[in-house]
Design a binder for this molecule. Sequence first.
Ligand code: BGP
Length: 460
Amino acid sequence: MITFSKDFLWGAAASAPQTEGAALVDGKSPTVWDKWFELEPELFYEGVGPEQTSNTYYQYKEDVALMKKMALNSYRTSISWARILPDGRAVNVKAVQFYRDYFQEMKSNGIEPIINLFHFDMPWWLMEKGGWETRESIEAFAFYAQVVFEQFGDIIKKWTTFNEPLVHVECGYLGEAHYPKVVDFTRAIQVGYHTLLAHAMAVNRYKNSKYNDGEIGIILNLSPVYPKSTHVEDKKAAHITDLIYIRSFLDTVVHGYFPEELIQLFKTHQLLPKVEEEDKEIFQRNIVDFLGVNYYQPLRVQRPKKEQFPAQFPSAFASHYDWPNKKINPYRGWEIYPEGIYDLGMRLKNEYKNISWYVSENGMGVSEEERFLDESGVVQDSYRIDFLKEHLIMLQKAISEGSNCFGYHMWTFVDCWSWLNAYKNRYGFYRIDLENQFKRSEKASSLWLKQVIVENGFPM
Ligand code: BGP
């Protein structure tokens, strides 16, 4: 039997921009996603934009009832900055009412809300001023955080500041999957730096807030980095990739400072961001209480193919490597490597003070999932049950060896809208039918996990 502790948090994760809908209702102002869809709808899969998410703004009670039915005891979502502060200053009372009702509904049904502040959804008014590239964005975020702690701190006891801060840096400033889709590593580094500072400032506001008896953390996507071989050049490639993608964020939020080696690397290439005197202390004084870790697949790297610096930093230091033994999710193309979750757990134990953490996202995306619908309308997702089992076995192994993990959340509860991919890949425990008024219907995996939660484990 694979068992978990009685107080283990079982749940699912989602975000405001991917579920709420009501994009411009009750005073909410547009986010980058709302505007980007207006400007270039053809970029979005099948032309489906952020208005057509899971309609949670109107259907949250139904969702909470389903969560209870599934025996979940926790749920993570985010608050929309543009809904709470449509112009960055004045508090939108309708938004406050909506979130209080939503969170209270969860609590009354025995579901602990874990609330995140930023999930890639920059308000448009701030993006127009330069977004995270500007130093002003830090105070704007800290103010938003302070408002939210004041409004909901009495009922929310687990907060996170950002979801995968690496992603809006990488996809928005080193790639073209997020707005403003520029490729410029100098700007990317500045954006990453300001994001980390905004995170630390928000932690600080929480510690100085009226209701500071809860915990605050951050959600990072910590893909373990594996080299192709033990050759010194491949190992070096993995080391630098880990430094840039993982330790830049992880060391700073847990230890309170940037890795010295990273500073030296940026210095050598004249890539150091603009900093101010007081920043160092802000990082040092505002480390996290816990971590959320999103894990989907590892990063496998080898020595760079050719010298690409500076045009394609950081590919100047490593190139992607396709592991011949890899198991693939045939419906999404991503690698399935459950051992990665064990490696992560042990690393946090050994190198990061055995910090308290939970799996804040893990999941299996499936395209055209309707092909697995049976006659009674249930998606028979045995592939997702296998995925869950394999990852839970590895997670339990890390816990049994002393890693301080307190929960497991799957991405996601109800199939949700996913940025440029819209509904291409489905991840939910519940299927959504967009043609039929957002009707929710269960998948086999929801029944399987319910059993695991009720029994605190499953037979091997
Ligand atoms: C994570 C994000 C989620 C979600 C998920 C699935 O990185 O935190 O917001 O989008 O990835 O991604 P996709 O739908 O592209 O498969």
